[in-house]
Design a protein around this ligand. Sequence first.
Ligand code: PMP
Length: 361
Amino acid sequence: MNTKYWSATARSLTPYVPGEQPRLANLVKLNTNENPYPPSPHVLAAMREEIGSNGETLRLYPDPTAASLRQAIARHHGLLPEQIFVGNGSDEVLAHVFLGLLKHDQPLLFPDITYSFYPVYCGLYDIDYATVPLAADFSIDIADYPRENGGIIFPNPNAPTGCLLPRSAVERLLQTHTESVVVVDEAYVDFAGEDASMIPLIDRYPNLLVVHTLSKSRSLAGLRVGFAAGHADLIEALNRVKDSFNSYPLDRLALAGARAAYEDHAWFTQTCQAVVRSREQLNEGLRALGFVVLPSAANFVFARHPARDAAALTAALRARGIIVRHFKQPRIEQFLRITIGTDSQCALLLEALREILATPA
Ligand code: PMP
């Protein structure tokens, strides 16, 4: 490849490899933690209404402040609109967080096994970081996080393990690390039960930033909407970065569709509950087949089979049209990360695994 015209930054970056997004419709796709159910019908209606009969609105720029969406999210969480920042998926929100809040003289801290985008952003923005090993049971141990740092970030539930840190532990971290920004990436929190989110702590801790996505629990991965919630002073740092990057964070359809998703609470709770029910069934099914499954509070499970190689299992499932995620990372290379599908998709997965395990390795 001719990299003659590339900047030093572009040359220094190793390409991020996202989960496979195949086009074949007949695959059972359990690899990137999408919701198996469609979004609320209110979302579609609102997007159609936004376009109108002749697309006239598309000629016009969207609201650069995303005021009505921030208002809807703030109302839903009992916050003020100035405590909310929105972006194109939480990946973009996180990019602004890394640049606006996590680039300091001391290294940023995050778990050694976590969302693989964090080190990628550090590379992109030249942020020094140090990783903190997960405990033997794969949980995050807050006692291991030194006081001196340039910020702390972790997903809760963690990815790809699915393990949840209780609110009391995060609160202790906030209290013992008042000089650090603590970013809790709650991409999967809506599958973790009522008291799992840290959003209710925001008014008590000016160093807490919570990041959410509409990709998982609201079935809108294709629309690309995420948000951060925190003290207005933290949000202002993100606005400064955003205004220098792209002053129109979301397009008109995303704004209208995301707002409507917050107006259909019944749809949201029903689909989340269905996913959680299926997760518990899948857990049981996998254990019955001999898998060790980590306790998951997310819309995926992380499981290993003591007698089978995870890469071989992934390939054997792929050959049967079922895609799961496998990470070639020390300590977790024998695990499969399996997204919770519909009950029939989970049944197909268990049936395929039963067949694979019945044949010699
Ligand atoms: N955080 C975590 C922990 C994730 O697993 C993901 C999804 N891959 C994201 C953030 C980004 O989600 P999105 O950009 O779709 O909002």
